[in-house]
Design a protein around this ligand. Structure first.
Ligand SMILES: Nc1ncnc2c1ncn2[C@@H]1O[C@H](COP(=O)(O)OP(=O)(O)O)[C@@H](O)[C@H]1O
Ligand SMILES: [Mg+2]
Length: 379
């Protein structure tokens, strides 16, 4: 009988084993327990594409629901998320609140519900959001429970909307100390936006967690755990090879696991070194299209030339060598080094060297870069 493949190489799909994030989740859970005074009550998860930010939002939402909390999840793009959140809060109030008993609430109720709300152009969305969220916060506070709001892809949100959202949360959670917790996810670029924007105080005060690469032990657990849960084993040497092939990069962990499982004649008995070799080859073919290509498209022309120059080396590159190849000075190369580290494409490798963050990038670039540079020169 064929067992369903337990691995989940899909964006936003929670993995069979969420490895290496226990400490972060314990902190957040502790914050939900403690209340709005806890520094992790409002939190941002920062990391590169495929690092595991969205599944952390899912996990935080699960923690909140296990506590009997309500949860609202949305995405900062497309624009209009404050309006969407307002509608969600209104629905939750309708379901869980007792607004008719609260005289403060009357004014909002008329405009706050259903189609009327969504069509009424005179309603200031941020004001409605604040009033409804405050009301819901009070109702939940009285019941000793709370609401978690999770927002994904924060870096692509409209800045005005982010400000509105931040100001409301600042008021409800910080000033009023109501039980409305927040977790957001963003690419590292958000740091620049926020640092350069003095109005986004709320987000600057959120605690930050880097959703980094998994360490080798966590990676082992992420690959071997799901196999063992189905009664199988994986050869020790095969596991080591698999772990190395992923560089601890969460998306790659799922790809290698998935295609190694698929290659094994009976993965519920044993996954061998041969199976893993087949799995890694397939994972490397796929990672390029799934993750590297979209990231590549978001890079500037100079970023790309920098990476192509690096790909000529078989191992870590000296920054001075890359600068020579690009015919630029070291300071200029340093700026791009910094940008690409932030984009999650490369890592510092010590002694003036840099390397690809995900090592299959090198081969992918050798195969694809010329083609991509020719076909997507400007996007
Ligand atoms: N801690 C983890 N352990 C194992 N696999 C993970 C972990 N976090 C994420 N993944 C897997 O990595 C992939 C990318 O996760 P996702 O949350 O969509 O990334 P992001 O939102 O950062 O782009 C998914 O296939 C997911 O199952
Ligand atoms: Mg995501």
């Amino acid at each position: 009988m064929v067992e369903r493949n337990p691995f989940s190489p899909t964006f936003g799909a929670s993995p069979p084993v969420l490895a290496g994030r226990d400490e972060i989740l314990e902190d957040v859970d502790d914050a939900l327990e403690t209340g709005p005074t806890h520094p992790d009550y409002t939190t941002l998860f920062i990391g590169v594409r495929g690092a595991g930010k969205t599944v952390m939002l899912n996990a935080v939402e699960d923690l909140a629901r296990q506590r009997g909390w309500l949860a609202i999840s949305d995405n900062a793009s497309p624009t209009g998320f404050v309006g969407r959140l307002t509608t969600s809060v209104a629905h939750l109030l309708e379901e869980h609140g007792t607004p008719e008993k609260d005289p403060r609430f009357k004014g909002v109720t008329a405009a706050g519900f259903g189609v009327e709300f969504e069509l009424d152009p005179s309603t200031d969305t941020a004001q409605s959001f604040r009033a409804l969220l405050t009301e819901l916060g009070r109702v939940l506070d009285q019941r000793g429970t709370g609401l978690i709001i999770t927002l994904d892809e924060f870096q692509s949100g409209d800045l005005d909307e982010i400000r509105q959202f931040g100001a409301v949360l600042q008021h409800v959670t910080r000033r009023e100390q109501l039980p409305v917790a927040f977790a957001g996810a963003a690419l590292a670029q958000i740091e620049e936006t926020l640092l350069s924007d003095d109005v986004a105080t709320f987000l600057q005060r959120c605690s930050r967690y880097d959703i980094d690469r998994l360490d080798p032990q966590a990676t082992e657990f992420a690959i071997a755990g799901p196999i063992q849960q189905r009664g199988g084993t994986i050869d020790e040497q095969a596991l080591t090879t698999a772990v190395e092939a992923t560089s601890g990069y969460a998306f790659m962990v799922q790809l290698v696991g998935f295609y190694s499982w698929k290659a094994a004649p009976d993965p519920t008995a044993v996954v061998t070194a041969d199976d893993v070799a087949v799995g890694i080859a397939e994972a490397e073919r796929r990672i390029g299209r799934l993750v590297l290509a979209p990231t590549w498209r978001s890079l500037s022309d100079v970023d790309r030339r920098f990476l192509i120059a690096m790909a000529r080396d078989d191992g870590p590159s000296r920054i001075t060598t890359v600068a020579e190849r690009l015919e630029v000075d070291n300071g200029y190369a340093g700026v791009y080094r910094h940008r690409l580290i932030k984009a999650g494409m490369i890592i510092a490798a010590g002694k003036g060297r840099i390397d690809f963050a995900q090592h299959s990038t090198r081969q992918w670039l050798r195969n694809e870069a010329a083609y991509l540079a020719a076909n997507f020169p400007d996007d």
